[in-house]
Design a protein around this ligand. Structure first.
Ligand code: NAI
Ligand code: MG
Length: 423
């Protein structure tokens, strides 16, 4: 296809996602559990925006002409050198269950803009929106075979894709554990990899923070989507002068949230994706409590059916506790006091992860100093979990390889070819 035709196709996919926003949001709620409004007003429109953003790139993928200074240039001849950009080839996109449609869109849009073909394997827990998106892509005019959607379990279908010799690149979002398995599986033909892995993101509240902004912002940062968010601000460090206020107000916010069926419009938080995940969250909390952690609010599952875990605020935690080192992926905020900013930074950076973090302050210099000192792929100042297709997103340390979104997100799907000619 011409670049222009690719761009128009991506734009049509975006239009069709928007035309079916209610249906897709409902499917996501039924499949994943999240509140309908999260999909309807957040993740599904954001998925359409991914396609629109990368639609514009299709016609702007450019090589360069490069003046050279090669010493052994033959007398009387010239050198003409240029680069072209080529699609990397066949992409295996493997996505998780926390924000299924958006995670698929974040991979499909740049891959198609670059001219790649894709085999998409959605998470076994949440395949419905990917399948519906496949139908919409056919309706938009996608040529047969360009996107292939294969459902199935990670251990067999996912593993087969990551080891397959005809797959050129794997774009993965999920656990760090599986990310490491994929690195090994990709060895055979040295696939290109982008890995968006786990996180344990800090939120640092300085003494001068505007609490009217910080409390709802930090709360949204951890409790949105019931904490099933890779960048969830699960480790909250509050200056000792505001520590009690942070714990009290965060606990009040958490305690005031309505749990229930995601399709009920009054509901803030739906269930976790499944019982296994709710049990996993419970295991982290139980272990933390027997280790000395204290519950300010929550700390229990709720209901006979479903997989509800009540929004939870934990205190008296220590940096070595498992719940402070591993990704819980549930609605659990742990609050720790600090005296000096350096201490907060030491806490924040004491993690194998480096996905994201936030700082809450009225002081510009402090904000940017903390932003520079926290080792993570994204730092938010007076906000948390703000995303847009223009903003590169990726992990430092064990949170991943490479970046999605922005111009860098497109680079993952392109190779460079240098052509050097004696003329
Ligand atoms: P997972 O990493 O196993 O699943 C993510 C995707 O990888 C799914 O599509 C799955 O089918 C696939 N997969 C699993 N094993 C694979 C393999 N050997 N080869 C290729 N693909 C494979 O995550 P899981 O087990 O669903 O959740 C466990 C924990 O992982 C969660 O509690 C959470 O802490 C973390 N997680 C983090 C995510 C993030 O965005 N940071 C997303 C999902 C899970
Ligand atoms: Mg797994």
């Amino acid at each position: 296809m011409t670049p222009s035709a690719r761009g128009k196709l991506l734009w049509r996919i975006a239009d069709l996602i928007e035309a079916h926003v209610d249906e897709l949001a409902e499917l996501e709620t039924l499949d994943q559990g999240k509140s309908f409004k999260t999909g309807r007003f957040g993740e599904i429109p954001a998925s359409a925006e991914q396609f629109r953003y990368y639609a514009g790139f299709s016609t702007k993928i450019l090589g360069q002409t490069i003046p050279t200074s090669i010493a052994y240039q033959p007398a009387g001849k010239q050198i003409f050198a240029y680069t072209t950009r080529e699609p990397v080839g066949v992409v295996a996109a493997i996505t998780p269950w926390n924000s299924p449609m958006l995670m698929a869109a974040m991979k499909l849009a740049p891959a198609l803009a670059a001219g790649c073909t894709v085999v998409l394997k959605p998470a076994e827990e949440t395949s419905l929106t990917a399948i519906r998106l496949g139908e919409l892509m056919i309706e938009a005019g996608l040529p047969a075979g360009v996107v292939n959607i294969v459902t199935g379990f990670g251990e067999d279908v996912g593993a087969a894709l990551t080891a397959h010799p005809d797959v050129d690149k794997v774009a993965f979002t999920g656990s760090t554990e599986v990310g490491k398995l994929i690195v090994r599986a990709a060895q055979g033909n040295l696939k290109k990899l982008t890995l968006e892995l786990g996180g344990k993101s800090p939120a640092i509240i300085l003494s001068d923070a505007d609490m009217a902004i910080a409390i709802p912002g930090v709360s949204r940062g951890i409790f949105a989507n019931s904490g099933q968010v890779c960048v969830a601000g699960s480790r909250i460090y509050a200056h000792r002068s505001v520590y009690d206020e942070v714990v009290d107000k965060l606990a009040a916010t958490a305690g005031g949230m309505t749990l229930g069926h995601g399709l009920d419009p009054k509901v803030d938080l739906g269930p976790l994706v499944n019982r296994k995940q709710a049990d996993r969250v419970a295991a982290f909390i139980d272990e933390g409590m027997s280790d000395g952690a204290e519950i300010a609010v929550g700390g229990r599952q709720e209901g006979e059916t479903g997989a509800f875990y009540v929004p939870t605020v934990v205190t008296s935690v220590r940096p070595d506790m498992r719940m402070m080192r591993e990704e819980i992926f549930g609605p659990v905020a742990a609050v720790t006091p600090f005296d000096e900013v350096e201490e907060a930074l030491a806490f924040a950076n004491d993690s194998p992860y480096g996905l994201a973090g936030s700082v809450w302050t009225r002081d510009l210099s402090s904000a940017h100093r903390v932003a520079a000192a926290v080792k993570a792929g994204t730092i938010w100042i007076n906000c948390h979990s703000y995303f847009s297709p223009e903003l590169p997103k990726g992990g430092h340390k064990q949170s991943g390889w490479g970046y999605e979104n922005g111009g860098q997100g497109l680079e993952n799907y392109l190779e460079t070819k240098t052509v050097c000619a004696v003329i």
